[in-house]
Design a protein around this ligand. Structure first.
Ligand code: COA
Length: 260
């Protein structure tokens, strides 16, 4: 397994994905994109995995963005576009039914923050610094950053970040809603795992429909989103787990989900 750019492990319904190039602050090269694409494509149909945690190896970074050394050779525009299309792992993340939690310590810059923004929930360690720093290299975010960041923090804050390339510290990231929680560095992984556990213990189909309703609904006009929610919540009334949930409540015991 030499020279893998990403480590993957799964246990008890929770997958852990670790960006593993700590010598270059987990900078994202093409090998890493290819491995992430394979992992998320597989996860999409892996019903045994209920929640996913992604993080960076080492103590200094979640991911310091695209590997800048790959920028030295100017590609032709079509080659660049086609190469990126072939490794579009973020599109696979959008299709993953599982909740994806980013556990961020240290730097999450450029494509690193874009990766975190493609996750569903972000937990930061107190030492985290987040930014879309592409402007410093005379480029703009190309992994969804100009679209996802304003949807998370609003137009003004997103433009402030994107046009200046500023780095936002963890406390400020929490204040502006860029991350959902900030925890001490030593507690980052246990907090992410505990959240993943809390989610993974819920009824499987309800989990998938809840994510689908929120994520797909955000791309729809409100009336269509409400219609989608209505259809998915009606479908859930037909599952055996729905009956089990009500029975367990009445019988004052923990429910046993069967996933149908
Ligand atoms: N691509 C390639 N290598 C990177 C990298 C990147 N995006 N980010 C960091 N590295 C490498 C450095 O070149 C260095 O390697 P070296 O030891 O072989 O010289 C190593 O990671 C450590 O980084 P270094 O810059 O020495 O650490 P620092 O603490 O002085 O600075 C950062 C940390 C994150 C502020 C700085 O590395 C940086 O600005 N990185 C680029 C971030 C960026 O612009 N990303 C967006 C790309 S579109």
């Amino acid at each position: 397994m030499a020279d893998k750019a990403v480590r993957y492990e799964a246990k008890d319904g929770i997958a852990l994905i670790t960006l593993d190039r700590p010598d270059v602050l987990n900078a994202m090269n093409n090998a890493m994109r290819t491995e992430l694409l394979e992992i998320f494509t597989r996860l999409r149909t892996d019903d045994a995995v209920k929640a996913v945690v992604v993080t960076g190896a080492g103590e200094r970074a979640f991911c310091a963005g695209a590997d800048i050394r790959e920028f030295l050779e100017p590609p032709t525009p079509t080659n660049f576009r086609e190469a990126r299309r072939r490794v579009d792992f973020r599109a696979e993340m959008e299709r993953c039914p599982q909740a994806i939690i980013a556990a961020i310590r240290g730097f999450a810059l450029g494509g690193g923050l874009e990766f975190a923004l493609a996750c569903d929930i972000r937990i930061a360690a107190e030492d985290a610094q987040l930014g879309l720093t592409e402007i410093n290299l005379a480029i703009i975010p190309g992994g969804g950053g100009t679209q996802r960041l304003p949807r998370v923090v609003g137009r003004g804050k997103a433009l402030e970040m994107i046009l200046t390339g500023m780095r936002v510290p963890a406390a400020e990231a929490l204040r502006i809603g860029l991350v959902e929680r900030v925890v001490p560095v030593a507690e980052l992984m246990s907090a992410a795992q505990a959240l993943a556990r809390q989610i993974a213990d819920k009824a499987p189909i309800a989990l998938r429909y809840a994510k689908e309703s929120v994520v797909s609904g955000l791309g729809l006009p409100l009336a269509d989103g409400i219609r989608l929610e209505g259809d998915l919540s009606t479908l859930l009334r037909t599952t055996e787990d729905r009956v089990e949930g009500a029975k367990a409540f009445v019988e004052k015991r923990k429910p046993k989900w069967i996933g149908r």
